[in-house]
Design a protein around this ligand. Structure first.
Ligand code: HEC
Ligand code: HEC
Ligand code: HEC
Ligand code: HEC
Length: 466
């Protein structure tokens, strides 16, 4: 009996403790996170999210966003082709996880995976205005769609003094990289491996230390321009000294704004080459430094098992024939639980290799330079190139896969000091005043001198005659 009573008491104490923990457990997050709720399946109706075409006062932003990949993220043939690579069983498990971040409104309204024409409201916008502007903050860790949302029709943004006809509120959070980080950090949903880590890369970058955010580089006036510039956020709104735009300049030449992507890629990296220019004693060792001078994260970043960046080093002869002497690919290779690689992201348990260029740092690529057969001179050319996806994935998705030249550098090499001198003499002749101009100038000088002598002689004769 006593034992029973005792155990009863213990049970009721235990129940009380559990109840207390539950109350505290519920209270703590609601104090720490004043607003919003985690993005979750089926929590909202689509009338809570205005489609982009309803934001017509911001017509310029609507068209900028329309060219960005955020407006196409749910209906991307490459994304579908990648999903198709998942075995049917895996696909069932990961599909919602994948689609949620590529279409957060469709996820919240339970319309995930539907055809665009069957979707309602802003679900078909993929990642649209009324999603981003109803975000209030983030949960930790910052990854896997960790943003919190309050679908109350109050649009949050970075302005100190919003003057909108609709409810609007200043949000420090929208000025931060953490806002983007909730989606631009993707961790494996089961084992937590970092599959995409653009936000974390930024967090450890010199740019982050200087306060340069994702917004400063990706929402600027023009690709390659860093930071806000003057402009209007709405047609009827006041001219402001500092605004960001809804451009989201990226690196996708085939699906996004092609010109902008090429400019972004060209703003990202610089090359230097060091190689002995006279190879009198045979082949010489050279090095190309690939410097990430323009991106606030690794090069490449994001989906780095799919994105392709590589350096080619070539020797070019006088006829323009190119011979490759070195090649270095940059990217991440994952491995699976059996240690096999390359592994698909859903099978990945660890990183097998990661050769990329951290922000404001350089990676050396060495090569052995030699002259083309029997040539007295040649040129070392290094080219950094990029494509958004692998050729295999492009084929599966039925897409083109254009290659972009990010950066190029060259340096002449010679077989002997004499060959170098000879080339420099020719160069001097070609680059200095050309001989035709020189002849004309000399001719003019001779004519002037002759005329002067003539005048002098005439004068002498005159004075002699007088
Ligand atoms: C991926 C998220 C995202 C999407 C999509 C997006 N915005 Fe923004 N928007 C932002 C962020 C972040 C800022 C603040 C930038 C800053 O100040 O650093 C911003 C700023 C603005 C501003 C300037 C005023 C303010 O409050 O900062 C307006 C107006 C605006 N957005 C309207 C729109 C419209 C209209 C669309 C759809 C066509 C849109 N946005 C789509 C994230 C987004
Ligand atoms: C100092 C400027 C700068 C900052 C800061 C910056 N980026 Fe970038 N970003 C670039 C440049 C330049 C490129 C093009 C080269 C490349 O692909 O990395 C780029 C490319 C990208 C790409 C496309 C990658 C690819 O290969 O498809 C994404 C996505 C991206 N940035 C997201 C972000 C996010 C998110 C942040 C903040 C956490 C951020 N960027 C911060 C300059 C910047
Ligand atoms: C709701 C999740 C989400 C948020 C928030 C978000 N992004 Fe994205 N972003 C994506 C997805 C998904 C893609 C890829 C879309 C595709 O390829 O179809 C993408 C693509 C991009 C690209 C283009 C990459 C390329 O290869 O060209 C850039 C640049 C970019 N985002 C920058 C930002 C910045 C800057 C912010 C913060 C202001 C931000 N994103 C906020 C999910 C998000
Ligand atoms: C938490 C957000 C998030 C989740 C979850 C997510 N992605 Fe993405 N995805 C992104 C972002 C951000 C980009 C753009 C990054 C970049 O440009 O490097 C992207 C880009 C892509 C692209 C490149 C599209 C193109 O046209 O180049 C493919 C393919 C893709 N994701 C497939 C997947 C698959 C498959 C899954 C599920 C295993 C998945 N994603 C889950 C955020 C996410």
């Amino acid at each position: 009996m006593r034992r029973d009573t005792g155990s009863l008491t213990r049970t009721s104490r235990g129940a009380f403790a559990v109840l207390l923990l539950m109350v505290v457990g519920l209270a703590v997050p609601s104090i720490a996170l004043a607003e919003g709720q985690p993005v979750d399946e089926g929590i909202h109706t689509s009338d809570r999210f205005t489609p982009a075409q309803g934001c017509a006062c911001h017509a310029e932003f609507v068209s900028q966003w329309g060219m960005s990949l955020h407006s196409q993220a749910s209906f991307n043939p490459t994304f579908e082709a990648k999903l198709d690579e998942a075995e049917p069983a895996t696909r069932e498990l990961i599909e919602d996880f994948c689609r949620s971040c590529h279409g957060p409104v469709a996820y919240m309204t339970g319309e995930l995976g539907m055809a665009a024409e069957d979707m309602t409201g802003a679900s078909a916008d993929s990642i649209g205005c009324s999603f981003c502007h109803q975000v209030t903050g983030t949960d930790e860790p910052i990854a896997n769609l960790s943003q919190r949302v309050e679908a109350d029709g109050v649009y949050r943004g970075g302005l100190d003094d919003p003057q909108a006809p609709h409810p609007a509120r200043t949000s420090e959070f929208h000025r931060s990289a953490e806002f983007c980080g909730g989606c631009h950090n993707v961790n494996h949903p089961v084992n937590g491996l970092a599959l995409e880590a653009t936000y974390t890369e930024w967090l450890n970058s010199p740019q982050a230390e200087e306060g340069i955010t994702c917004q400063d580089c990706h929402m600027s006036e023009a690709p390659g321009v860093v930071g806000p510039t003057p402009g209007r956020v709405a047609a009827m709104g006041p001219e402001r000294e500092e605004i960001h735009r809804m451009t989201f300049w990226g690196a996708h030449v085939e699906r996004g704004n092609a010109d902008a992507a090429v400019q972004m890629l060209r703003a990202a990296a610089t090359l230097t080459v060091e190689v002995p220019d006279v190879l009198a004693e045979g082949p010489g060792e050279g090095v190309v430094q690939v410097t990430n001078s323009g991106a606030g994260h690794y090069l490449p970043t994001g989906l780095t098992d799919v994105r392709q960046m590589w350096l080619e080093v070539l020797v070019v002869d006088a006829q323009g024939t190119e011979t490759e002497i070195a090649r270095q690919a940059f990217g991440t290779v994952f491995k699976d639980a059996e240690g096999q690689y390359p592994a698909q992201i859903w099978d990945a348990v660890a990183v097998q290799s990661d050769i990329r260029v951290p922000p404001m740092e350089s990676v050396p690529v060495t090569f052995t330079a030699s002259l083309p057969e029997g040539a007295e001179s040649g040129t070392i050319v290094a080219r950094l190139k990029y494509t958004s996806i692998t050729d295999k994935l492009a084929e599966a998705a039925g897409r083109e896969n254009p290659v972009t030249l990010m950066s190029e550098i060259s340096q002449p090499i010679y077989a002997s000091p004499e060959a170098k001198q000879a080339a420099e003499r020719v160069d001097g002749g070609l680059m200095g005043i050309d001989t035709g101009t020189l002849a004309m100038a000399l001719g003019a000088l001779v004519a002037v001198v002759a005329a002067a002598i003539g005048i002098l002689v005439l004068r002498k004769r005159k004075s002699a005659g007088a």
